[in-house]
Design a protein around this ligand. Structure first.
Ligand SMILES: NC(=O)c1ccc[n+]([C@@H]2O[C@H](COP(=O)([O-])OP(=O)(O)OC[C@H]3O[C@@H](n4cnc5c(N)ncnc54)[C@H](OP(=O)(O)O)[C@@H]3O)[C@@H](O)[C@H]2O)c1
Length: 212
């Protein structure tokens, strides 16, 4: 069993990952600025800004999951925040799982990432910041850090929570689409994929995508 620390552990992604990891017997610490209104059994909550809590919880982590969102007063800070988490994870010898956006994927091999083309205005700032956090990992992550950067499907998010099916596919940098041309994954199935990757580390210093 692993000691899993989830930054953003009360958010849409983080809460699903926390529930899945705790249900499989891992020790789970969820970090957020505000306490959750409905705490999950088996999850320890650490409340405070990421910069304040990280030095306390990362040294004992086996796995650090970064699932903050660049919204509110975290907007514009995520690259520096994640660089710090990656550095601390490396020092602790912890695996580092960073959740990013769909737009960092490519439509086909060798083609530009979606974020390099037209991105709807309402997603643009978050897409660019998420991509900058991927770029930071590739360029600046400590060489000894075992990281994986995970992009969800295009139709992933609190507005499309979906249901648990128990299935998912793992792709590389090229986005996965289903038979109907849709790119979807429910919150619970995405969490399943993340915890499977935590338990059976199959990707090292790689960018992967999760979708049906
Ligand atoms: N289709 C897509 O590409 C897609 C869709 C959705 C999300 N995503 C990506 O997935 C990641 C997670 O997004 P999400 O929607 O799951 O996030 P979310 O629901 O907005 O949750 C964010 C979490 O981070 C915490 N947080 C934010 N700033 C913090 C800080 N400074 N210190 C400590 N905790 C902080 C929040 O709690 P407090 O506010 O209480 O601190 C909350 O627990 C992001 O990278 C996002 O871009 C991608």
């Amino acid at each position: 069993m692993s000691n899993v620390v989830i930054f953003g552990g009360t958010g849409y992604t983080g809460r699903n990952v926390a529930r899945e990891a705790a249900s499989r017997g891992h020790t789970v610490v969820a970090v957020s600025r505000s306490a959750p209104s409905e705490p999950l059994d088996g999850v320890r909550y650490e409340t405070g800004d990421v910069a304040e809590v990280a030095p306390r919880v990362i040294p004992s982590a086996d796995v650090v999951v970064a699932a903050l969102s660049p919204r509110g007063d975290t907007e514009g800070r995520l690259v520096d925040v994640y660089r710090d988490l990656a550095t601390r994870a490396a020092a602790a010898g912890a695996r580092y799982v960073q959740v990013g956006g769909f737009s960092s994927l490519r439509p086909a091999d060798g083609e530009p990432r979606f974020v390099e083309g037209e991105v709807p205005e309402q997603f643009r700032a978050e897409a660019l910041e998420g991509e900058a956090t991927r770029d930071m990992l590739v360029r600046d992550a400590p060489p000894e850090l075992d990281w994986v950067f995970v992009s969800p499907a295009g139709s992933y998010g609190a507005w499309a929570a979906g249901e648990r099916t128990g299935t998912y596919r793992v792709g590389g940098e090229v986005a996965l689409f289903d038979d109907k041309g849709d790119s979807e994954i429910s919150g619970e199935d995405f969490a399943l994929a993340i915890v499977d990757e935590i338990e059976n580390a199959a990707h090292h210093r790689e960018h992967i995508g999760i979708a049906y």
